[in-house]
Design a protein around this ligand. Structure first.
Ligand SMILES: CSC[C@H]1O[C@H](OP(=O)(O)O)[C@H](O)[C@@H]1O
Length: 381
């Protein structure tokens, strides 16, 4: 079950409303999401009291973005546990809500494993539920820490690649606080450059069809006082040709063992443009987005979404929950079939560097990624 609660701005200023928070009102624990389908027009919280409501929120992108999906998945398992629902059933539904971002299944599995381990140690249901919640909280905290470290490593890389002055950086989709326990991934690097006085402008791809750039990155950049300019996705090429892009910064949803990067559809063309115009193409993602179990780009399942997201324009530019047709304004003849992959895959040879909280991988090779993952596991242990 899910309810919407509008946010009131008591002092008139921008509120820092977390993308996700756990709450324990008298009527029982809930997971509270800043409903991203309503941004930027309204800051509305969506309250989930069970896993099915969270699964629907994930599917309609009320909560989205790889690292945040992992955090939400972990909290979703904890929510099922504390409310006495079947945890394994909830975990399966949550992990299957969207296929491409590996973080979702990783987060679900982390909380589910903590729950099962507590039971195997002789703990009761309440203790096991507490263990699942503790695992979710730990993942939330770790992701915030990872975001800050990625921003640090990413800014150092920009300074190395683009010494001196301030620069124009292009980003695609949304990779800020709305996808993270902290300030995000690629956007966090741009924000660090802004704070250091080294961001002349952030070019923001609108990111059709769900407009994560226009609706969410512009919303985040405005709140942070960054100099940003919105553009249609098909205008990016002319910016490169005019020499107006100094670097590309994007997030990732899954990085295969060979360094192939799945990210929002439209990322691959930017990588080709960047290569042709000798511009650094930088991917920023936590190590949890690297999936050693996926050997290469061809092995990444790319989510195919409903055609009406392409053939219709809806008021908040997102699908209506549960509706077959989006109920939006048709921009194509009724009955038009649409191709709507949510992601595309960029091969490692087009990626200048992958920035993680553990450091920078460049050039991107399977060996370097494996070493990074091993180093991360040693730190985690
Ligand atoms: C850094 S994770 C953000 C990542 O997630 C977005 O996809 P979606 O909005 O469908 O969840 C996009 O791929 C971003 O790069």
């Amino acid at each position: 079950m899910a309810d919407h609660y509008a946010q009131s701005r008591d002092d008139g200023g921008p509120m820092e409303i977390p993308a996700i928070r756990w709450d324990e009102p008298p009527e029982g624990p809930v997971l509270v999401l800043l409903d991203q389908t309503r941004l930027p027009a309204a800051e509305v919280e969506l309250v989930c009291t069970d896993a099915p409501a969270l699964v629907e929120a994930i599917r309609m992108l009320a909560v989205r973005g790889a690292p945040l999906l992992g955090i939400a998945g972990a909290y979703g398992v904890a929510l099922a546990a504390v409310r006495g629902f079947d945890v394994d059933e909830a975990a399966q539904a949550l992990a299957g809500a969207r296929p491409t971002a590996v973080n979702l299944s990783v987060g679900v599995r982390r909380a589910q494993t903590a729950y099962q381990a507590a039971l195997s140690r002789g703990g009761d249901q309440k203790q096991a539920a507490g263990a699942a919640l503790a695992a979710a909280r730990a993942l939330h905290r770790e992701d915030a820490e990872a975001s800050a470290r990625m921003a640090h490593h990413g800014l150092a890389l920009l300074d190395e690649l683009l010494p001196g002055g301030s620069h124009q950086v292009l980003t695609h989709c949304n990779s800020g606080a709305l996808v993270s326990g902290g300030e995000g991934t690629a956007f966090a690097v741009a924000l660090a450059a802004h704070r250091a006085g080294r961001l002349r402008r952030l070019w923001v791809d609108e990111t059709r069809p769900l407009l994560q750039g226009a609706r969410l990155t512009a919303y985040e950049a405005a709140r942070k006082g960054m100099a940003y300019t919105l553009l249609t996705d098909n205008a990016a090429g002319s910016l490169f040709a005019a020499g107006e892009v100094d670097a590309v910064l994007i997030g990732a949803d899954r990085i295969a063992a060979d360094g192939s990067v799945a990210n929002k559809v439209g990322s691959y063309p930017l990588a080709v443009l960047a290569r042709y115009h000798h511009v650094p193409f930088i991917v920023v993602a936590p190590v949890t987005t690297v999936d050693p179990g996926t050997p290469d780009g061809a092995s990444i399942e790319v989510e195919q979404r409903a055609g009406h997201e392409v053939t219709e324009i809806t008021a908040p530019q997102v699908p209506v929950a549960g509706a077959e047709a989006g109920g939006g304004i048709p921009v194509a003849p009724l009955g038009t079939q649409a191709y709507n992959p949510a992601f595309d895959v960029t091969p490692p040879e087009l990626v200048t560097a992958i920035v993680t909280e553990e450091g920078v991988v460049s050039p991107v090779t399977a060996e370097a990624l494996a070493e990074l993952c091993d180093r991360s596991r040693q730190v985690t242990i």
